[in-house]
Ligand binder design. Structure first.
Ligand code: GLU
Length: 477
């Protein structure tokens, strides 16, 4: 039975790396008919927040990474960790440490200065009973340290990295329970992974050094050791640690930018794995079938925002108009763009989905059809609303005002007839018309635009730029 988990520490936003780990766990669980468990690792009360846990869960839901069990909160399980720490103490596999933070820090800093490595010196392991009694009497705070077995070769077969080993002499007696009674990450993680019967631990590569410690704990507690798979780092295009410079790090920022969750999930899937061949665009359902944990790459993955944006525009192009309407609604609301008929909105979306990289841009493109005022590209005004362009627009206005049936076919026919009558090219009308109607130099086929806007708005917008450019012209004189 496959049981996997995602175990975020709720200390901030839901970042790309966490979402990728969640996705790979999710895919692995689904393709094996297993369970995907959510565990919130909020053992550090100074850094964990409820809000962060909420944001992380909201993010997983937004990405459709629904968990089957949990959320379990480690902060509610402290008695369990204490019980196991006491078991280890009783069996002589752990001991109390009375060393103060200051002493340990000083020792560490001294070693650093002298360029020596430093491990806990086991001074509390060798305390006499009398010394212990004195410290207890004085009420000196005590942590619990795990007694690392000496000269043991700790080995595991990582599903992605293969055999990895480390001698236990390179592992210090690490703290499992702090003086304030809170468990450390390594300890709580092992207890929970064991009690929650996690079969595969799939997590970021930076945890490999923890895995050695954890294996020693599994052994000391007689727990079954799970399989491990350590996922590659995600770096920016410049090979540096992912940061704001490379685009947003938080998943929810991408939501705000108008990235579709299905596009983001697709992109995340490719950060460390590929289905092979040229296949790049696939649904979550397909990913469940295609994903192979053992095919995840060892080498660092590169996060490329432009690629994500490209993928998003591909998803927008391929998405159903109704799906886009659902997604774009909050952006329209934010921009205070109201609409009456959804039918019309669907037509506008159809016309603009090929040229919108995200839902925010799509909303901007929709706004052109619905808002009173639009903005005009400076270049568009200069190039096409000059004297010549305005003259053409004036001629076209006269023709359009007279048109009783105003649709795609009639407006195109009228424009072409006008052009041939005046001995001009149709483009001499079309370009100024596009700038007048949309404010832009490029856009969807112009007669589709004219048709969707309708006679009233088309006439209004042409009139508007005629006065507008006359004004700016007179200013120039
Ligand atoms: N709370 C740890 C983290 O966020 C979990 C690591 C693990 O999956 O074991 O890095």
């Amino acid at each position: 039975m496959v049981r996997v988990r995602i175990a975020p520490s709720p200390t901030g936003a839901i970042h790309i790396g966490l979402a990728r780990s969640a996705l790979y766990n999710f895919l692995f669980a689904r393709q094996n008919n297993g369970k995907f468990i959510l565990r919130i690792e909020d053992t550090d009360p100074t850094r964990s927040t409820k809000e962060s846990a909420e944001v992380i869960m909201e993010g997983f839901k937004w990405l459709s990474l629904y968990w089957d069990e949990g959320p379990y909160f480690q902060s509610q399980r402290f008695p369990i960790y204490k019980e196991y720490a006491e078991k280890l103490l009783k069996e002589g596999k752990a001991y109390y440490c009375y060393c103060s933070e200051e002493r340990l820090r000083e020792e560490r800093e001294k070693a650093l200065k002298e360029k020596r490595s430093w491990q806990y010196d086991r001074c509390c392991l060798y305390l006499t009973e009398r010394e212990k009694a004195r410290l207890e009497k004085e009420g000196v705070p005590k942590a619990v340290r795990f007694l690392v077995p000496s000269e043991r070769n700790v080995v595991f077969n990582d599903i992605i990295h293969g055999r990895i080993e480390r001698n236990s002499r390179d592992i210090e007696d690490f703290v499992i329970l702090r003086a304030d009674g809170t468990p450390t990450y390594n300890f709580a993680c092992v207890i929970d992974d064991a009690l929650m019967e996690i079969s595969h631990v799939i997590r970021a590569v930076e945890h490999i050094s923890n895995t050695f410690k954890q294996i020693l704990l599994y052994e000391a507690l007689n727990f079954k050791i799970p399989f491990f798979a350590h996922l590659p780092l995600i770096l920016g295009k410049d090979g540096k640690k992912l940061s704001k410079r490379h685009g947003a790090v938080s998943i929810m920022e991408y939501k705000k930018m108008g990235i579709l969750p299905e596009a983001l999930v697709n992109y995340l899937a490719l950060l460390g794995w590929s289905p092979g061949g040229d296949l790049e665009i696939f649904s979550l359902e397909e990913a469940i079938k295609l994903f192979r944990l053992e095919k995840v790459k060892k080498s660092n993955a590169i996060f490329d925002f432009q690629k994500l944006e490209w993928m998003n525009s591909e998803y927008i192009k391929r998405s159903d108009n109704k799906r886009l309407l659902e997604g774009v609604k909050e952006f329209l609301k934010e921009k205070e763009i109201s609409y009456e008929k959804e039918e019309k909105l669907l037509d506008i979306i159809q016309l603009n989905k090929d040229r919108s990289r995200n839902l925010c841009e799509l909303a901007d493109n929709i706004a052109i059809y619905l808002k009173e005022e639009i903005s005009y590209d400076k270049e568009g005004i200069e190039k096409y609303l000059d004297k010549k362009g305005r003259e053409s627009l004036g001629e076209l206005l006269a023709v359009y005002e007279e048109l009783s049936v105003f649709n795609k076919e009639t407006t195109e026919k009228a424009l072409r007839e006008l052009a041939s009558e005046k001995n001009k090219k149709p483009a001499e009308y079309i370009h100024p018309l596009r700038v007048a109607l949309t404010g832009k130099l490029v856009g969807p086929p112009i007669f589709d635009v004219v048709n969707l806007m309708g006679k009233e708005l088309v006439i209004k917008r042409i009139k508007k730029v005629l006065t507008f450019s006359l004004e700016s012209n007179s200013e120039n004189n």
